[in-house]
Design a protein around this ligand. Structure first.
Ligand code: NDP
Length: 287
């Protein structure tokens, strides 16, 4: 069997088109969503992300505000900028690009963002709201994974899901989302014993490890849906955390890297910005 490819690039393009239409409808009511992106320092990968976030924000008709600060900026100065953006009614979403320079306290910076404008969903209040079933801003990458899974499988209820990785930005919120959709969820990490056997029981396998080709083809339950979050740069180019060629023989469906989860992340950032704008204006959440 050869797995169906889950085309995240096409799905993300469709999502952005819907967001553009909803943005146009908001603009007709005199409301233009605005996203502020803050980049501290010159990390090359972060610069690429920030540039494409800005471009896509403008493409869907939203206002993009970019703030670039030198790497040696004192934390207090960054916090002062966040405080200004919190108060600015033209700014509906605030994203501080991670990683921050070592002299900054990442948690303190993220928690300084007003939770309603925290379109990355990393604020402790949003993490808590997600975990307790309250209305939250949901982190973009896991939200994108969930959309792809629902699109592929419909109702996820009762499925056995294994998430490899327990980071605050991918693994943990992914597990929360799958639990919210009534999956039976196992979170695996570097101390997990007999990971291959665990994975072989998974109807849904999400890999967010950061190691090229880590998940092998014979770990995959026949017919399973495999979501590869990993982005690893090796000599031959970009690869995921899953041995794609091997996994494709067993899985029912799988996301490629690139072209799978990656494009969904920015599309979900725009979706979150739209949601934040609607909520700020007392409107229902966009569908
Ligand atoms: P982190 O490094 O924060 O987390 C990696 C997780 O993998 C940790 O929980 C770690 O376990 C676990 N892990 C490491 N080694 C093993 C092992 N041998 N066996 C089992 N588990 C292991 O990474 P992120 O969550 O930030 O990112 C994961 C991947 O996703 C990266 O490749 C990143 O580039 C990619 N990514 C992609 C995005 C996208 O838009 N597509 C967005 C964000 C990330 P432990 O906690 O025990 O150390």
């Amino acid at each position: 069997m050869t797995a169906t490819l889950i085309d995240g690039k096409a799905f993300a393009a469709g999502l952005r088109a819907r967001i553009a239409a909803q943005t146009a409808a908001l603009k007709d009511r005199g409301i233009t969503p605005g996203l502020a992106v803050v980049l501290v320092g010159e990390d090359p990968a972060s610069q690429v992300y920030v540039r494409s976030k800005g471009r896509m924000t403008v493409e869907v008709g939203m206002n993009s505000y970019e703030h670039r600060l030198p790497a040696e900026t004192p934390e207090a100065e960054l916090l002062a900028l966040i405080a200004r953006l919190n108060e600015d009614p033209a700014v509906n979403g605030i994203l501080v690009q991670l990683p921050l320079p070592a002299h900054m306290d990442e948690a303190a910076v993220i928690n300084a963002i007003r939770p309603e404008k925290d379109v990355d969903g990393f604020h402790v209040l949003n993490a808590g709201r997600l975990a307790t079933g309250q209305k939250a801003m949901v982190p973009c990458t896991p939200l994108g994974c969930l959309m792809l899974l629902r699109d592929r499988l419909g109702d996820l209820s009762g499925k056995s899901a294994v998430v490899i990785g327990r980071s605050n930005i991918v693994g943990k919120p992914m597990a929360q989302l799958l639990l919210r959709d009534s999956c039976t969820v196992t979170i695996a990490h570097s101390r997990t014993q007999d990971l291959p056997a665990l994975c072989r029981g998974a109807d849904i396998l999400v890999a967010a490890v950061g190691r090229p080709h880590f998940v092998k083809g014979d770990w995959i339950k026949p017919g399973a849906t495999v979501i590869d979050v990993g982005i690893n740069r090796i000599d031959s180019g970009l690869v995921g955390d899953v041995d794609f060629a091997g996994a494709r023989q067993a899985a029912g469906a799988i996301t490629p890297v690139p072209g799978g989860v990656g494009p969904m992340t920015i599309a979900c950032l725009l979706a979150n910005t739209l949601t934040a704008t609607a909520r700020a204006n007392g409107l229902p959440d966009p569908e």
